[in-house]
Design a protein around this ligand. Structure first.
Ligand SMILES: [Zn+2]
Length: 219
């Protein structure tokens, strides 16, 4: 009996569990189990576009993925963040070598934690040639919540809301500015926030390529 208990205890410790449902065995190459992957209904290869800037996301923001992200914002779970970042890595792996990864910052100190956590996990998945660079972008002033604003008001709300301080050290600065820079966010809605961030960075000479997100609100 003791052998059985010991084996069960070891199985609990060593067997990977799905971070969404707690069930057995994440599917091969994914942090989630087969049933959760089916529920999340992720399109093969993710979704991409170029409006209002180049973007790549794991899936449209709806259904089970929307519910998962809404639950993660107030209380992020490291295993879920890692699994989501692995999915994002799967659809953006070709652009990550040598990239700077910049999570879009919140104005409030205790704002949305997901962009930074996802960028950290994505850097881990991408390996040492990708660099986390949150220090390159700052919020300059408070903005009102975006969710109830239309596109025109969002652009107005975000005008000059970001600043990109010039890099320190002349030689290093110019070398680093040539590296492809990708913004990282959890949800891409109209893209107004990402566009305002990209404009501030481009104005400071950084080579912004676009934005990587977990979900994109269907247009
Ligand atoms: Zn599951």
């Amino acid at each position: 009996m003791w052998h059985t208990l010991l084996r069960d205890a070891l199985d609990c410790i060593s067997s990977p569990r799905c971070p969404r449902c707690g069930g057995d065995g994440p599917a091969r190459g994914s942090g989630f189990c087969a049933a959760c992957l089916e529920a999340l209904a992720l399109p093969e290869g993710g979704v991409q576009g170029d409006t209002p800037l180049l973007w790549c996301a794991v899936a449209p923001y709806r259904g089970a993925l929307r519910s998962l992200l809404l639950h993660q914002r107030p209380l992020p779970q490291p295993a879920v963040i890692t699994a989501l970042a692995a999915l994002l890595h799967r659809c953006s792996a070709t652009v990550l070598p040598g990239a700077l990864l910049l999570p879009i910052p919140s104005w409030k100190r205790n704002g949305n934690p997901l962009p930074l956590l996802l960028a950290q996990a994505l850097q881990q998945a991408a390996g040492p040639t990708a660099t986390l660079a949150p220090q390159l972008l700052q919020r300059t002033r408070p903005t009102v919540g975006q969710h109830h604003l239309g596109r025109a008001l969002r652009l107005c709300n975000l005008r000059q809301a970001f600043a990109a301080p010039p890099p320190q050290g002349p030689g290093l600065a110019w070398h680093r500015r040539r590296r492809p820079l990708w913004l990282v966010d959890d949800i891409l809605t109209t893209g107004s926030t990402a566009l305002a961030a990209a404009e501030a960075l481009q104005g400071a000479g950084w080579a912004v390529q676009g934005v990587l997100a977990i979900a994109r609100t269907p247009l």
